[in-house]
Design a binder for this molecule. Structure first.
Ligand code: HEM
Ligand code: HEM
Length: 180
């Protein structure tokens, strides 16, 4: 970092992108479970479209976010965090980014192979990623489910770590993502 530059927290853009993705992902996990278990009743069709549209939006947001992240270094962690915890944080964050890209791509590809349309908020349909193949669709949606489970697990670990920082270590790690 340049001398005199003060990186106490995440920039406003980094924070907006983080909380927007977090909120959307937290909506998408239960929404996915509802549609996969046909628990949507008369709303099933609407919920499918919402799941696909929000999923595509997440993909777009995460591409922007990754581009931003690769060109802007996040603020360093407090000095007294042990190396293993730094490594765990780093690994979790990159795994989350990877899953955030993989998850919507698998959903999109699996839906294309089904074949079913991938609407984007009623504005237009996204082009199919693969040609129609029901067996392939089953496989891709199976992996969509597995990455969904992995995402839910990692996100829980991530939230637990954030709460640990705030309430046990009482450092600024959660605050710098909230207020900068
Ligand atoms: C980050 C974004 C996404 C998340 C977190 C997510 C999460 C989930 C989850 C947890 C399920 C339930 C899986 C199961 O229990 O079988 C699911 C199902 C599903 N998702 Fe997604 N999804 C995302 C994006 C997408 C996108 C972009 C599409 C399509 C364009 C899509 C299409 C589907 C479909 C068709 C199902 C139902 C699969 C079935 O009936 O077995 N998802 N999603
Ligand atoms: C499913 C939802 C979530 C996803 C996908 C997610 C993803 C991420 C990612 C990828 C980073 C790394 C940012 C970087 O590149 O430096 C990050 C940072 C962070 N997240 Fe989340 N997050 C989610 C939910 C939450 C929630 C609910 C909390 C709080 C309870 C939280 C607290 C934080 C904090 C404090 C950081 C900054 C860590 C640091 O300063 O090193 N996240 N998140």
């Amino acid at each position: 970092m340049e001398p005199g530059q003060h990186a106490a927290g995440y920039t406003q853009l980094a924070r907006v992108l983080h909380w927007l993705t977090a909120a959307l992902v937290l909506v998408m996990l239960p929404l996915g479970l509802v549609i996969a278990n046909e628990a949507g009743g008369r709303l099933q069709g609407v919920l499918y479209n919402a799941h696909k549209s929000i999923g595509a939006l997440i993909l777009l947001l995460v591409v922007v976010r990754l581009a931003y992240r690769l060109t802007h270094r996040p603020p360093p962690l407090p000095d007294d965090i042990p190396p293993l915890q730094r490594l765990a944080a780093e690994a979790t964050h990159w795994a989350l980014y990877a899953l955030l890209i993989l998850q919507p791509l698998l959903g999109w590809a699996g839906t294309s192979a089904y074949p079913a349309p991938v609407p984007f908020f009623g504005l237009f349909d996204l082009p199919p990623l693969v040609t129609a193949d029901r067996a392939l669709s089953d496989q891709l949606l199976h992996w969509h489910r597995m990455t969904g489970l992995a995402l839910a697990g990692l996100a829980s670990l991530h939230v637990a770590a954030a709460l640990y920082h705030h309430f046990v270590r009482r450092d600024r790690v959660l605050l710098r993502m909230l207020t900068g």
